[in-house]
Write a protein that binds this ligand. Structure first.
Ligand code: ATP
Length: 737
């Protein structure tokens, strides 16, 4: 245990302050006349304040010894000179040293009280008009409001950045709003974990069965389950889960649910024989997607006769003869407004898309290609020879800080210019994105949705592609035949076997598919490391950067956490002169492969060609290009998009030498090494194995337990997702919406 140090004194100067997270470096003049550098989260601090700091000494490589604050008490300045220092430091815009001096000379120790409560008295000072007095008073009140809000939050270990958000949302009275209902901290804007707000509220004296608590818990359950992919929850399940969370009776929770429905925070609606409870925004996304899709389906697009002739022309131009189903897909694209194209690897989806693009070009349509991730869009561009972009970018998605939510520039008010939109990797599109896409289409736009419905479903809520197919309301072409060229690939052959519930051929061990039987976890780990470090680079000439290790799980010896630590040591070991940062249990080192683990809309990136943009998204992969000498900043490079990250932002980064199969969805790698040993039953399923296999382009090596792999292939259990899209499409017209 490090020794705890205590220092008391007055803030002499503030050297650095981050308004977002409150991180501050300041000089403290102690009562003994010593000047100490203090670092820590001390939001809104200004010279003249009195601080009592408890913390530990640390040595910064550049700045030397500093006291790292762990606990602190602070009081506003109480001596005249300190009040002057505080006021003249810029805490209140419009008050510089000269004015500050006059104010303090006039009001002395009462200065701060007068500024806040009786600012009109500032008129007693020569040169301060009534208007100016009120202006100063207002600015000072705002400063004090924010300061009190931050202090209030820090009492519960909540970050000061929340104060800024709360003020944007609730104005100057934010602290009163939060004191009245601390559970507001768990809404979409602030996103504080329910358990944190709950502890806070209960300690503030809120009753266990108060309305605020019950309503917040219901909303929390719905949001939590949205993260598990559910668009709604059946009412009985929601009530049971909430009762369990709170330890409350069902009648009380049900009454709170009725109240939420009354003020439209949630929508309760019967879907088939289920009483479905939706968060309002998800209900809007689902119903709007359904209505708009049905409208597109009604379009009279019949250019069938045109298609017959044209398909023959396209075949000639592309030197290809379409298989009957491919031909059917291209013809349908001419005849109807919306088509779904689905099939496993090597069944000719991309070739068919090329045909559809050529057809639309001949029809003179303005075509747009898009995919849900950057990597999928890049691949689509390469394969079709046409520019493709992410759906987010196509829709002009931006982050609205005030509302703390994403907004789309392209909507019905400013729709896309496109006359035909083709989206690939549809299995990754969730209901919110799908609804946003449909909103941006003009009536009559043709829509082609392409994907492999057997891949794992989207990370976000819904089961959109599968629901669309299963509704049978939309023309769908299932490509099932694997083309001869593709048949050469054992990866593709095995992927299809897995899809049929059969075990992949683990004995063949030739071509592009290998299996190394390691039933013992430690041996499996050793083999994965050896493959990445020496065997594949030396024998197959595949550099380590082009190998991706995948595993179903995060935990255990073959989970991402352990594998990443070991792969980092093997592939990017500590070397003198190579900078690294210790962050919690993890080390981040220059050269490491990393992944963004949650959406951060504020990151500013720049490409070498000068293009500047914002936002890094969950799943984006990059590497650490540099770490600054002070260990405060990192330069990250996400496939050419370079972005500075402060050290606090490491909480949104993870090592990516090994990734879970779920995270790798939608990406392809030259070589995949799959670690497959028994783990949590929900992960030992066919969808995970199938998705892992189909991520490899040239080589797949499975290291693991043959019995586990066979049982994965046999287990087609899919986690049920509550979604009403299919039902709505089938019952449009008779639903009482
Ligand atoms: N009509 C056809 N005649 C001959 N070969 C074809 C035909 N259609 C596709 N192929 C070939 O089959 C292989 C797989 O086709 P394609 O890349 O279009 O499939 P895919 O479904 O997009 O596969 P993946 O999902 O793996 O990318 C390719 O080598 C392609 O050239």
């Amino acid at each position: 245990m490090e020794e705890l140090i205590c220092r008391e004194g007055t803030v002499h100067s503030v050297i650095f302050q981050n308004a977002e997270n409150g991180y501050t470096v300041l000089r403290l003049l102690t009562e003994e006349g010593e000047v100490v550098t203090v670092v820590g989260c001390i939001p809104c601090v200004a010279p003249g304040e009195h601080l009592t700091i408890t913390g530990t000494w640390e040595v910064h490589p550049q700045h030397g010894e500093q006291l790292k604050a762990q606990e602190l008490e602070r009081t506003l300045p109480e001596e005249e000179e300190d009040i002057f220092a505080y006021l003249s430091s810029g805490v209140c815009k419009g008050v510089g040293p000269t004015t500050a001096r006059r104010i303090v000379d006039r009001f002395g120790l009462e200065t701060l009280d007068i500024l806040e409560a009786e600012p009109e008295r500032l008129q007693e000072i020569r040169g301060i008009t009534a208007k100016k007095a009120m202006e100063i008073g207002e600015l000072f009140r705002q400063h004090m409001g924010l300061r009190r809000l931050m202090e209030f939050l820090s009492r519960y270990q909540l970050p000061p950045v929340l104060a800024i958000r709360l003020r944007q949302q609730y104005g100057d009275g934010a602290i009163r709003v939060v004191e009245k209902n601390p559970y507001l901290l768990s809404d979409d804007v602030c996103g504080v974990d329910f358990s944190v707000t709950d502890t806070m509220a209960l300690s503030m004296g809120f009753a266990e069965d108060c309305t605020e608590r019950l309503e917040a818990a219901l909303t929390f359950e719905l949001t939590y389950n949205e993260n598990n992919g559910h668009v709604f929850l059946p009412k009985d399940k929601l009530l049971a889960a909430t009762c369990q969370l709170l330890g409350c009776g069902i009648e009380q929770v049900e009454a709170a649910l009725d109240a939420l429905a009354e003020h439209h925070a949630v929508v309760v609606q019967r879907i088939a024989n289920v009483e479905a409870v939706y968060l309002r925004r998800l209900w809007e996304a689902e119903t709007s997607a359904c209505t708009r899709l049905l409208a597109l389906l009604e379009m009279d697009a019949d250019e069938g006769r045109f298609a017959d002739r044209t398909v023959a022309e396209i075949e000639k131009e592309q030197g290809i003869t379409y298989a009957p189903l491919q031909r059917q897909a291209v013809e349908l694209a001419a005849k109807v407004g919306v088509i779904l194209l689905t099939g496993g690897p090597g069944t000719g989806k991309t070739t068919t898309v090329r045909g559809i693009v050529a057809l639309f070009q001949k029809m003179g349509l303005n075509i747009v290609l898009a995919a849900p991730t950057g990597r999928a869009a890049k691949r689509m561009s390469e394969l079709t020879g046409m520019e493709a972009q992410t759906v987010h970018r196509l829709l002009g998605m931006t982050w609205n800080e005030a509302a703390h939510q994403v907004t789309f520039q392209k909507t019905e008010k400013e729709p896309l210019e496109a006359e035909a939109v083709i989206v690939d990797e549809m299995s990754m599109v969730d209901v919110s994105l799908f609804s946003a896409l449909l909103r941006a289409l003009r009536p009559g736009t043709r829509l082609v949705l392409v994907g492999d419905a057997d891949q794992l479903p989207s990370v976000g809520a819904g089961n959109v592609f599968s629901d669309l197919i299963r509704s049978k309301k939309i023309e769908t072409v299932f490509l099932r035949e694997v083309f001869r060229q593709a048949e050469q690939s054992a990866i593709i052959r095995n992927a299809h076997r897995v899809n049929l519930g059969e075990s992949p051929d683990l004995k063949g061990n030739q071509g592009d598919f290998f299996f190394l039987c390691r039933r013992d976890a430690q041996r499996a780990v050793a083999t994965v490391l050896e493959l990445c470090k020496t065997r594949l680079p030396d024998n197959m000439h595949i550099p380590a950067e082009q190998i991706q290790v995948l595993t179903p799980t995060r935990k255990g010896p073959c989970g991402t956490i352990n594998l990443n630590r070991l792969l980092q040591e093997a592939l990017n070991p500590r070397t003198p002169g190579k900078r690294e940062i210790l962050w919690g249990e993890r080390v981040f080192r220059v050269g490491d492969r990393i992944m963004q683990t949650r959406n951060d809309y504020d990151v500013v990136w720049q490409k070498d060609d000068g293009t500047v943009g914002t936002g890094m998204f969950n799943g984006d992969v990059g590497r650490i290009a540099e770490i600054d000498a002070g260990g405060e900043w990192l330069a990250l490079d996400f496939d050419g998009r370079k972005a500075p990250y402060s050290v606090e932002m490491l909480s949104e980064i993870d090592l990516a030498y090994a990734q879970t199969v779920h995270k790798a969805q939608g990406s392809e790698y030259r070589c995949v090494v799959l670690a497959a040993l028994p783990s949590a039953p929900s992960l030992m399923v066919r969808g995970v194995l199938y998705t892992a296999l189909t991520r490899a382009r040239e080589l797949l090596v499975i290291v693991g337990d043959d019995a586990a792999i066979r049982s994965m292939a046999a287990n087609d259990r899919q986690q049920k997702r509550y979604s009403g899209l299919k039902w709505r499409l089938c019952h449009a017209g008779d639903a009482s919406e």
